[in-house]
Design a protein around this ligand. Sequence first.
Ligand code: CAA
Length: 259
Amino acid sequence: MYDMIESSLSDGIMIITIKRPQALNALNRELIEGLILMLEEVDANEQVKGLILTGAGEKAFVAGADIKEMAALSPVEAMELAKLGQHLSKMMEESAKPIIAAINGFCLGGGNELAMAAHLRTASPNAKFGQPEVNLGLIPGFGGTQRLPRLIGLGRATELILTGTMITAETALQWGLVNHVFEQAELMPKTIELMKSILCKGPQAVAFSLKALYGGQDRPLADALNQEAQLFGLIFSTSDHVEGMNAFIEKRKPDFKGE
Ligand code: CAA
């Protein structure tokens, strides 16, 4: 499976590159399982502070789940595949370390669902986004019917899912599906810069923010606010909060230790 996944680690940033050029980086089962193992590594490895996920080449981020592999699935096998893809998405979303998808081309179906499970998304101008499953007589299965409306609203998500049409990077930016569009040559350097602007903050504060943001989404507002208050209290038990506030008062840059 590692033929299909490349990884590098520099300055605390792991870059995972999905590499299946013959299939526009489409996700087959083996690749999804490989990404789950990589996510476990990201979680366990203290050297890794943040993750950038991208696709090899300039044509595709990920062009969806592997249609050729899916064609032979029984209904039960298809449900299991959806659960596997959803497990990967959930791991990403629940990661305490920030994850950015750097989208360098087609970002379709399961690819868009993978990108939406990242905490932030950057894209090159040639990126194209869509949930084209209806064209195949299918529906999204890796979380698209739920994460797309949460990101861009029910009306726009319904149109994309029912028509299967693609939108440009510019439209994705306008609709809030991506956070930034950078020129192709700038995509990785600027995405790394964005990640560094997060990693220089207190890691505990970043992790707690992610927990409050994502852990609150599916709760009633009162519960989610209660969770936020609890996390706000808990952050006052860290050394980083002392350092952060002292640095402000002493007019110097904070030196966060992640403790
Ligand atoms: N699965 C398997 N193979 C794929 C693929 C996919 N999702 N997308 C592209 N490929 C393969 C093509 O079959 C082709 O292989 P061959 O050379 O062996 O024929 C190769 O990648 C290059 O693709 P194209 O020749 O089609 O390239 P193109 O530039 O003409 O078109 C494209 C690009 C518009 C992205 C087109 O490839 C396409 O429509 N791909 C399918 C996109 C799609 O429907 N994705 C959703 C999949 S379903 C899903 O993801 C379900 C879910 O939610 C879990």
